[in-house]
Design a protein around this ligand. Structure first.
Ligand code: NAG
Ligand code: NAG
Ligand code: NAG
Length: 402
């Protein structure tokens, strides 16, 4: 009996130790975040062990989360949902059921998951895109794309771009009853990266007849060149997205070669030849004091690394939308950017907002004291009140500007 009790106590202590992590003071509903994070971390640990034992690749195990969350395209009283393909890329389409006399607005939505995970059919995305269609009385095209590590950059970009280009043809917009002057490209996390890249490339593509009116970037990843910005330093062990997971996502976007992961982890993956791009991500210049804190900028050149030569995608604006000059930025449409304080990607979003403003683009920048990925947590068991707030601000902006 005593042994059982002792085992029980010991197990409880171990579980509590595993679940508990000190969170910043101003976090609401911290215990919910801890539980969510424990689930994600456990899957991450399983993935790590499976990879170590040579059973599966890390991301194959992580994909279980995507599979677990899969839902069929089910229409409801307000929105008709179908799975189809644009330019041979799978998309999930949300069309409001009620007939509309006027042409409708449209949102091209690109899901997150570090270019390695996720799909429009995941419950959380299905919920968000369906709700967007319903709230805005808009067509939502939720884009799928090939995933890493099986497919590397630029496959993900190319799929997202192919969908946008297909949809932005005048006859296609007419078919769906969409107003060509009221289209948004939006995405979160890696999807925010793809949304920013797609919007940039559309600006300069002479084959494109119709361009988006606005773009919305939710905690986007925007550059892999400096993975040691203050937000990477301060938030490397925050819930949902740790630095090591983000570095894994970035490196696997380009290659399965672990050497890139190791170099990116120590931020030594650059060549001197890329130094002219550092001014585009110069955080001493672009971040407010409360984010820079006491961090000092160490010059991040490394003369030995071959990676930017081997994987030129690292410097390619289609993977790194922050690495373009102001002239290119100035041609971009009105932009919404959402960033989170305790997110390794915070500085990417803050720097993009700052650079866009300086280039004369109208920017709405919402910033929240929370973690990466939280916008999706709007239904039980992962129901956070800050997620509802974020989602409402986002949809209000869309409703007003689109
Ligand atoms: C459909 O729209 C009505 C009116 O806005 C709303 O009350 C209802 O909850 C919606 N149904 C679904 C399934 O979202
Ligand atoms: C970054 O900005 C600071 C302050 O404006 C400047 O002193 C420094 O030379 C810049 N560094 C790069 C790499 O552009
Ligand atoms: C989630 O929380 C919000 C308020 O934070 C509440 O209005 C809503 O009913 C909750 N939804 C579920 C499914 O628990």
């Amino acid at each position: 009996m005593a042994t059982k009790l002792l085992c029980f106590l010991l197990a409880s202590v171990l579980i509590a130790y595993y679940v508990y992590r000190p969170l910043p003071e101003n976090i609401e509903e911290g215990w919910k975040v801890m539980i969510l994070d424990t689930v994600l971390r456990s899957v991450g640990h399983m993935a790590g062990v499976a990879e170590l034992l040579g059973l599966n690749q890390y991301m194959e195990v992580m994909m279980l989360l995507t599979a677990f969350e899969h839902t069929a395209p089910i229409s409801d009283e307000n929105v008709t949902v179908t799975d189809t393909a644009f330019n041979n890329v799978p998309v999930r389409l949300y069309v409001p059921t009620k007939p509309s006399k006027k042409l409708r607005r449209a949102v091209i939505y690109i899901h997150g998951g570090g270019w390695c995970l996720g799909s429009p059919a995941m419950k959380a995305y299905d919920h968000l895109t369906r709700w967007t269609a319903d709230r805005l009385n808009a067509i939502v095209v939720s884009t799928d794309y090939r995933l890493a590590p099986k497919y590397n950059f630029p496959a993900q970009f190319e799929d997202a771009y192919a969908v946008a280009k297909y949809f932005l043809q005048k006859e296609v917009l007419t078919e769906y009853g969409v107003d060509p002057n009221r289209i948004c490209v939006a995405g979160d996390s890696a999807g925010g990266n793809l949304a920013a890249a797609v919007t940039q490339q559309l600006q300069d593509d002479i084959e494109v007849e119709v361009r988006p009116k606005i773009q919305a970037l939710i905690y986007p990843a925007l550059q892999p060149l400096d993975l040691d910005t203050p937000s990477y330093r301060d938030n490397s062990h925050m819930p949902i997205l740790s630095k090591s997971l983000m570095v894994r996502f970035w490196s696997e976007y380009f290659t399965v070669d672990k050497a890139l992961f190791n170099a990116m982890s120590s931020n030594t993956h650059k060549l001197i030849e890329s130094n002219h791009l550092l001014r585009f991500i110069n955080w001493t210049d672009l971040l407010p004091e409360k984010m820079k804190k006491i961090h000092t900028y160490s010059n991040i050149q490394s003369g030995t690394s071959e990676f930017t030569k081997k994987y030129p995608g690292i410097l390619d604006p289609r993977a790194a939308p922050l690495l373009v000059d102001d002239a290119k930025l100035s041609r971009l449409p009105q932009t919404y950017i959402l960033t989170c304080m305790y997110d390794v990607l915070r500085d990417d979003g803050v720097m993009y907002a700052q650079r866009l403003k300086k280039a004369g683009v109208q920017v709405t920048h919402d910033h929240y004291d929370t973690f990466h990925g939280v916008l999706l947590f709007v239904s039980s068991p992962a129901n956070l009140s800050i997620a509802h707030k974020m989602r409402n601000e986002y949809i209000n902006w869309l409703n007003e500007k689109l």
